[in-house]
Design a protein around this ligand. Sequence first.
Ligand code: GLV
Ligand code: MN
Ligand code: MN
Length: 500
Amino acid sequence: MSDAWTSKFFRRALNHVVLFTGTQVLFLPLNKNYTGRMLIWTIIEQIAVRSVVFPATGALQYNHSSPGDPFTMNKKSIASVADSSVSTALASKIFDELAVATGDGVGITRSSYGPGETRAIEIVDSRARELGLRTERDEVANLIVTLDGSEPELPFVAAGSHLDSVPQGGNFDGSAGVLAVLVSLAALKAEGVKPRRTIKLFALRGEESARFGKPYLGSSALFGRISPVDLQSRSTDTAETLAECMGQLGIDVDRVARGERFLDPARIAAWFELHIEQGPVLTDRNLPVGIVTGIRGNIRHRGIQCRGEAGHSGAVPRWLRRDAVFASAELITHLDRHWRTLLERGRDLVVTSGMFGTDQREHALARIPGNVQFSFEARSQSKETLESFYDLFLSECQMIGEERGVEFILDRRFDTQPASMDPDWIKRLRSIAARLGIQTEDLPSGAGHDAAVFANEGVPSAMIFVRNANGSHNPHEAMSLNDFGAGAALMRAAIEEAAQ
Ligand code: GLV
Ligand code: MN
Ligand code: MN
């Protein structure tokens, strides 16, 4: 046992109740600001809820006894503890509450501007008020939680993420970023820290494109970036328009349609967002936390129609067929080749057709398919790469259409712009992480985040990624509380520094 390890052990023991359970040694934090209630909760959580499978959401598991568990005495976790400045037990309790309240039997569903998202907002709102924080809804029904600064006229520090999800998604996508800021504000409040600048947590609605096609709806609405056409997009589940769903939440849709700006970006000193990494890089690199350099933009279509001609599968020879499946499959294959060529030339690009199919009301084993519908999505850090790839896509639609006697009919094109994170804040996050003893690495974000909207409005923006196994947009996301604690500690220190 090294001297450094022994000294860390005893330093930690001084601030904790040490509990011997027979198989392990637990450190229960004795934070003077979280007396009584938090200590009792922590003891119950540590002893009784070590590995939870939620009754309502059988697929969701928090493996609290993973090797990364912050309270399990092992050298690795003690060496990486950076979470004493925020309460991971509090976050864990709210994660659990969100999972139970919005579980759908497979994963969690908090559809944009729908009931699950509203339920999640209500839960965070109640917990924030219990913690003595001020809460309100902005003009477009996002939740704002405020910790007042001593100089409220200064531009404020904004931080947060989204509370909606894809259908049957994971519990951490979005909510991790909201709860990281909530526990940071709770800690600052409990410790009596009075920042110079006001700090505001934004729990945003409608980040996911799953329901209305356009992502970042909650943040875009704040800056007057929702168009009348966007408001007429129909939801994939109830077929209601975005305008109808917003109206049901009491939002003045006419003001949104007029492009009114409810938030002046000049009033925001900086935007911070923590998010689970939705790819495998941090897991592969064995790092708890990453610092995001930029966010990919995208071009998308929700439903492209390929129209050919239905026919008898035995009776029509190849040269007279207008088969929509073969034509669409050829299109996708050609796009894959162009994608590979662009990668070989060093371009950043990912391409997906996530929804693809014949209509089950008319398709049959012995029928040449006359119709196929599929989605198109290309993402890149470079707008120029996106546009070049999109041009290739259009010319392939034209050529394959002519050769195979089909027509590709494009629905509305959705765009999001790539974004760069603020170079100064990237450097500052690196040095705060080093000071806290958190190992990090810089990485770009393949997935989209509200931080892109804030950055493109000119707000200096920064993002923290937390390691997460099993990908995202599925119920199997897995983030350890230890990693969350490290990311949240970094968030707390960053917003505290930005608010000075
Ligand atoms: C957001 O989750 C995205 O689709 O990038
Ligand atoms: Mn998502
Ligand atoms: Mn997300």
